[in-house]
Ligand binder design. Sequence first.
Ligand SMILES: Cc1cc2nc3c(=O)[nH]c(=O)nc-3n(C[C@H](O)[C@H](O)[C@H](O)COP(=O)(O)O)c2cc1C
Length: 187
Amino acid sequence: MKQEVVITSGNLNQAPMGAFLSDNNVLLHVFEGSHTYENLKVDKFYILNICSPYLVAKAVLDDDFDSEFLNLDGKKIPYLKDAYKILLIEVTGRKFVEYKNIYGKSKLMVVNGINISESVLNDDYSPYSRAEGALVEMAVIYSRLGILNGTKKQEAYLNMKIFMEIVKKVGSTKHLELGRRFLTAKL
Ligand SMILES: Cc1cc2nc3c(=O)[nH]c(=O)nc-3n(C[C@H](O)[C@H](O)[C@H](O)COP(=O)(O)O)c2cc1C
């Protein structure tokens, strides 16, 4: 199963990513073009943050997150202060493949890793919110706008607007603010 997490890496970078977790193994599919791709191409460690869907969605926009650092042999690795749990992942292998889908061809780095330590930071879980689910879907669409053109881009934007209706119906001020930030994307 693929689960949505925030990957923190490099000096101070965060990005939502899908992660395949099984036992202590972690598999990421990282597309070329992101800071995470550049960091994980060379870094030996990164942090997988298990956090609220709200933080997953927000991570696509901001790199000014509330961060802390893990000190590893003098190297500081960032993580989300508000994550529920963080896993320190050691990269054990990388494979570079060409990936083709409806959006075209892209270069993909398959990153294998192993969970070498984990810490629970917060146990203040909140019940599932449809507003947060809708914001994650808006974030996914938002992150693809850059590779879409013409009517495909217009359609994607309209889909974000449909998810925004859910945010308006059941979200709080912070949810509405994040949703509005996605809708300010330039077409
Ligand atoms: C929920 C969610 C899941 C995502 N999963 C992936 C993924 O598995 N691989 C990937 O390359 N990009 C994924 N993205 C897109 C990246 O998060 C996006 O390209 C981001 O801008 C990269 O940030 P960075 O440049 O700071 O690394 C996902 C986006 C969202 C919202």
